[in-house]
Design a protein around this ligand. Structure first.
Ligand SMILES: [Fe+2]
Length: 484
């Protein structure tokens, strides 16, 4: 009898120990002591949200109903909390089976490391801890860019995440990450879940600069804008993607939505001109998914032909240094090019960070960069690319490996490198291409720039005309293809 009582007491003690251990198991050690990590919180990411020194957007998804709260801490370089916890509240939106939550912090301190959780303050359910750093405003910074993860199986998302992992290992100080579009293939919940799950250890610990690709919502409306909390440019309806811009150090970076009226609405084109013309930043960088110049299988399709015919002439007038794109799943870097012609540029050699580096001095054209794919779907070089694409190429190649690119800006110098990652074997990283600019000319806003109309209503008629021009271009491209 006593043995039975003893056994029951022992069982009860064991059960209590196991029960008591559950909240401890679910409690991570960062934040108020009784924090509960909730696995229903997925797709957590931190994005640029206007002022890169003082603001960030937060976005995440849940299947269950929750509030939309963020808790933030300043942390020191060792990751220890400094100062008080701050809370921010946002809003959620139910869309295709998930509640999408968005909140923004707009009173952050420049040049500061933060740790954060997203979740629900009332029910005390939170995500794991993430970190990011605000821009300190000086003229020395770096970032990573990848494109076209575009996977449809979880294993391929994981492979692509190894490419970005290699990027951070190569450039540990990268302050933000660009994905130049096509996160997913069929834009399903499974694919978005796999993307964020595979990349979460990277993306929850940096600031993300997402770009809308055609696979992210060209035909499936509002998917892209639901995944990320971005400060939309004026006139941006968010239907097929988002356009936005931000300053970082001495650079102005503008992100376009090249799905917008297939590929660019009149209000977006007007906003692009306003946005770039009023900036006095030294470096001007344009990022979009569809390329002006590339040499993969998409290069002669109507949408890219329209970009080259209608949008590139506008872009040529905006003092832009770099255009970073995706979409064509091969590696392309143009020489400094203006109006379809290579611009002759002086080249000097300097030792930069201990490495002998060739700098082009004050190139007056644009360098177009397509960083291949970080995924595994690769296109071969299309020798029939419309002129002058191959004529102005510094490199047009398919190394049959996944790739990432690094951009280091240091005052007057910009150093760009492209790397291959052998994701099918041992993830070996090799330098594939590099290019550097020395720019001694200061940035300036365009004199007498005109504020162009960005309202949806006032650009409606022009968008209709553009739409029919697109139809005509489709027909012309079809006949051109038949004649080849
Ligand atoms: Fe694409």
């Amino acid at each position: 009898m006593n043995r039975k009582i003893g056994f029951k007491v022992l069982s009860l003690i064991l059960a209590l120990m196991i029960f008591a251990s559950v909240p401890f198991a679910a409690t991570a050690g960062f934040g108020p002591e009784d924090i509960r990590v909730d696995s229903d919180i997925t797709r957590v990411n931190v994005t640029m949200y206007g002022d890169s020194q003082t603001a960030r957007g937060f976005s995440w998804a849940t299947k269950g109903i929750m509030d939309s709260d963020v808790m933030l801490y300043e942390i020191d370089e060792e990751g220890n909390p400094v100062g008080e916890i701050k809370y921010y509240s946002g809003e959620d939106n139910f869309f295709n089976g998930y509640f999408y939550h968005k909140a923004a912090a707009q009173d952050l301190t420049p040049g500061t490391r933060y740790a954060y959780r997203v979740g629900d303050l009332d029910s005390n359910k939170w995500s794991e801890v993430g970190t990011f750093r605000t821009n300190d405003g000086d003229d020395k910074f770096s970032f990573l860019a990848i494109a076209d993860v575009q996977a449809s199986r979880e294993e391929n998302f994981i492979k692509a995440s190894k490419v970005l992992e290699a990027g951070f290992a190569t450039l540990p100080g990268a302050e933000f990450v660009v994905n130049a579009g096509d996160f997913v293939n069929d834009c399903t919940n499974d694919e978005w879940e796999w993307f964020f799950k595979s990349f979460s250890h990277l993306l929850t610990n940096t600031t993300f600069v997402p770009v809308a690709g055609n696979h992210d919502g060209n035909l499936k409306w509002h998917w892209f804008e639901n995944q990320f909390n971005l400060k939309k440019g004026p006139g941006c309806d968010g239907v097929t993607g988002v356009y936005y811009s931000f300053d970082y150090g001495n650079a102005h970076i503008t992100v376009l939505n090249s799905n917008d009226m297939y590929p660019m609405s009149e209000q977006q084109l007007n906003w692009l001109q306003n946005d770039m013309n009023k900036s006095d930043a030294k470096w001007k960088i344009l990022i979009m998914h569809r390329p002006f110049y590339s040499a993969g299988k998409n290069v002669n399709k109507p949408d890219t032909v329209i970009l080259r015919n209608r949008v590139l002439p506008v872009v040529e007038e905006l003092d832009i240094d770099l255009v970073i794109t995706g979409h064509d799943h091969m590696y392309y870097r143009s020489k400094s090019t203006a109006y379809g012609k290579v611009v002759p540029t002086e080249v000097i050699t300097e030792v930069y960070n201990g490495v002998e580096t060739q700098f082009e001095v004050n190139p007056s054209g644009i360098t177009h960069i397509l960083p291949n794919t970080a995924g595994t779907k690769r296109y071969q070089v299309n020798q029939n690319a419309d002129a002058p694409i191959l004529d102005v190429a510094a490199v047009a190649a398919q190394p049959d490996k996944s790739m990432f690119t690094t951009f280091e800006i240091d005052g007057d110098r910009l150093v760009y490198k492209a790397y291959t990652v052998d994701v099918d074997n041992n993830n070996e990283v090799e330098l594939f291409d590099q290019y550097a600019i020395l720019k001694t000319i200061d940035g300036a806003a365009k004199e007498d720039w005109v504020d162009l109309d960005t309202s949806l209503a006032n650009n409606y008629a022009k968008n209709i005309v553009n739409f029919f021009q697109h139809i005509i271009q489709c027909i012309l491209s079809y006949f051109k293809m038949l004649l080849k």
